[in-house]
Design a protein around this ligand. Structure first.
Ligand code: ATP
Length: 249
């Protein structure tokens, strides 16, 4: 379960990116996070895996108070959260399989990780996840020889290889041809349903959020202004979200 209470983030330059966010998300949910550029969507996701530290309030994920972690305990916690970036964040001179294996690093003693000494099981898992994202046969292709859509699928397989409790995807289709949005969101949705892992996706395009998510969180200027089942997000409410005319929850 994810639980944010009175969560606020003010960056050192004074920008208030999140203000008094209160939200609970149950295990296994698939949630779309929407809002205009700059609304606070990325910052919200980043507080959930400890990439951004709250300046007020608390965030709990799976019973762990993320804002209290640091050093080794933060690294251990991050192993349990897959993060999918707009720009893929792969090591492009390595193969698809090697990149997915990186998802297993948190399970290896540090010295084995440094030497890249993965177990047979790690190789099997990594190949299995590449298959799950439709990239069987591409294991030994260098990532820089793959298309953008294929690279994002490698990044999804890497997140799966972490066997996470939670997957956060920050506009994973933003750098891709719009036609690929359905492929990427379809993979995340299938993964959520097949493995029961909670998935939160920042989605710029409202229509896609409506099509894939059961629940929508909407941010405006750092405030949570809508939280509800997708079917309750009417066109009128959506217009108010984007116009900034809804009150904070
Ligand atoms: N490291 C930072 N330092 C200062 N301000 C930041 C930082 N990161 C984000 N911001 C600011 O915080 C606010 C929220 O940004 P955030 O990236 O969370 O929005 P977003 O809804 O994800 O937007 P986008 O869709 O453009 O990614 C914006 O005003 C942004 O400029």
């Amino acid at each position: 379960m994810i639980e944010a209470k009175g969560l606020g983030v003010v960056f050192p330059n004074g920008t208030e990116a999140l203000r008094d966010i209160n939200v609970t998300i149950d295990d296994g949910e698939f949630v779309a996070v929407i809002g205009l550029s700059g609304a606070g969507k990325s910052t919200f996701l980043r507080t959930l895996n400890g990439l951004v530290r709250p300046t007020s309030g608390t965030v709990r994920v799976g019973g762990v108070e993320v804002n209290r972690l640091s050093g080794r305990s933060l690294a251990q916690f991050r192993r349990t959260v897959g993060f999918i970036f707009q720009q893929f964040n792969l090591v492009t001179r390595l193969t698809a399989l090697d990149n997915v294996l990186h998802g297993r690093l948190g399970y290896l003693p540090t010295w084995r990780g440094i030497l890249g000494l993965y177990s047979e099981r790690d190789y099997e898992l990594a190949a299995g996840y590449l298959d799950e994202v439709g990239l069987a046969g591409k294991e030994h292709v260098r990532v820089d020889n793959l298309s953008g859509g294929q690279q994002q699928r490698v990044a999804i397989a890497r997140a799966m290889a972490q066997q996470p409790q939670l997957v956060l995807a920050d506009e994973p289709m933003a750098s891709l041809d719009p036609r690929l949005s359905d492929v990427i969101l379809g993979l995340l949705k299938n993964y959520n349903e097949a493995h029961g892992v909670t998935v939160l996706v920042n989605i710029h395009v409202l229509e896609l959020a409506r099509r894939y998510a059961r629940r929508v969180l909407a941010f405006n200027q750092g405030r949570l202004v809508f939280d509800g089942p997708t079917e309750t997000l009417t066109d009128d409410l959506a217009a108010q979200i984007y116009a900034g005319s809804l009150e904070a929850l």
